[in-house]
Design a protein around this ligand. Structure first.
Ligand SMILES: Cc1ncc(COP(=O)(O)O)c(C=O)c1O
Length: 400
């Protein structure tokens, strides 16, 4: 039948929201945990899946301590609390990030200071330097895996004694001049939410080399009574902080760890597939003069699971919308951060912060920056499908 032939030979538009498949080993472990009822990380005297995951993750990244928590937002909150910043402390964050980031800052009783982000999706270093005086800490979101220049950021912050937290929610597997992203600042935070490289539905990780910060975060994550004895690290520090810090209960449960652990050995393959997918589609898209894909910084080895590009020379919002509609009609949804109502990555929607500054560079970028999910599992014909759909949509609208 004609329809069957078409289905076999023509790839369908891939579903960009499908998460990474969960390895079979996770299913067996989840079943074992469900039948034993051993779901709480602190029940077993040793070898709980969450504790094993922490040890494996620390070894993978080359950090001394890793603490598994319920989300990256929880890790960011604990990072700010572990630094013991005073109430109202000013924390610099990029104005292009997910709303969970300024939310974690206000949750920790601190005040976010939004820093401009350029057309390359990275923090604007001039605005960053201008806002450093008076700041108490810096939280760098490597948004969508775009690494800001960590050499310059660390040099500026070290010179002023400012602690740096890295929000590496999208950057697991990214390497900056031989160092894993998330291990350059004092604390790194990762996400295992489904649209990230490792998919646990929800989950996060806090990493640090600093034993005091680790001890404080472990206690506050909910290691009540003497459960901290099940964590490696300075036992005297734990003992010191016992009962002196609040317990926020942001622990990871064993089921999530069971889902994450078998995915760790797959990270390397997912990173190279993600990079291949990104670079392949980027090259095809850049054949159009209306598209600019910012390149990696020198020294940055990326681990992308999505692709961002800027529309060039498109003055009118309605033309961008027409392009989006045409791509969507081909089965490829393209998000333009600043154009969709209530977008959580458009800083002007963070009204919970009160008065919001005008940030013209970030605003201009958000109005033309296009976002496309490109999970590692996509095949070459699917990547071609996506590139064809976007170039076709451009031809029919913007470049028509
Ligand atoms: C840049 C960034 N930081 C932090 C987070 C928070 O991650 P989680 O959903 O694990 O709390 C997200 C979520 O997507 C994010 O995009």
């Amino acid at each position: 039948m004609a329809v069957e032939t078409l289905d076999r030979n023509t790839p369908k538009a891939p579903d960009p929201h499908k998460g990474e498949p969960i390895p079979a080993a996770a299913m067996a472990e989840v079943e074992r945990l469900l039948s034993s009822g051993d779901l709480f990380r602190y029940t077993a005297p040793e070898g709980a899946p969450v504790a094993l995951l922490e040890a494996e993750f620390a070894a993978l990244l080359g950090t001394r301590y890793a603490l598994a928590v319920s989300s990256c937002s929880a890790a960011l909150f604990l990072a700010l609390k572990a630094l013991d910043l005073p109430r109202g402390a000013k924390v610099l964050i990029p104005a292009f990030t997910f709303a969970a980031v300024p939310s974690a800052v206000v949750h920790a009783d601190c005040t976010p200071v939004l820093v401009e982000v350029g057309a390359d999706f990275r923090i604007d270093l001039e605005d960053f330097r201008a806002k450093l005086d008076g700041a108490d800490a810096v939280l760098i979101s490597h948004m969508r895996g775009h690494t800001s220049d960590m050499d310059r950021i660390m040099a500026e912050c070290d010179a002023r004694g400012l602690p740096v937290i890295e929000d590496a929610a999208h950057s697991l597997g990214t390497v900056w001049k031989g160092r894993n992203i998330g291990t350059i600042g004092r604390i790194g935070c990762f996400s295992f939410q489904s649209y990230k490289l490792v998919n646990a539905g929800e989950g996060g990780m806090f990493v640090t080399d600093d034993p005091e910060l680790a001890a404080r975060a472990v206690i506050m994550s909910g290691a009540y009574e003497h459960n901290w004895k099940k964590h490696p690290g300075l036992q005297n520090s734990y003992h010191h902080w016992q009962n002196r810090l609040p317990l926020y209960n942001m622990r990871m449960q064993n089921l999530s760890a069971a889902v994450v652990r078998p995915q760790l050995p797959q990270i390397e393959a997912r990173v190279s597939a993600g990079r291949r997918n990104h670079d392949y589609v980027a090259e095809r898209l850049q054949s159009s003069p209306a598209i600019m894909v910012p390149s990696a910084l020198p020294g940055e080895s990326r681990a992308p699971d999505s692709l961002q590009f800027n529309l060039l020379g498109v003055a009118r919002d309605e033309d961008v919308r027409a392009f989006q509609n045409a791509a969507s009609a081909r089965g490829v949804p393209v998000q333009v951060f600043g154009l969709s109502t209530d977008n959580a990555r458009a800083y002007w929607n963070w009204r919970f912060l009160g008065d919001l500054p005008d940030l013209p560079k970030t605003r201009a970028m958000l109005m033309r920056a296009c976002d496309l999910r490109l999970p590692a599992r996509l095949t070459l014909p699917e990547l071609d499908y996506i590139a064809d759909a976007i170039l076709g949509a451009l031809r029919d609208t913007v470049s028509a």
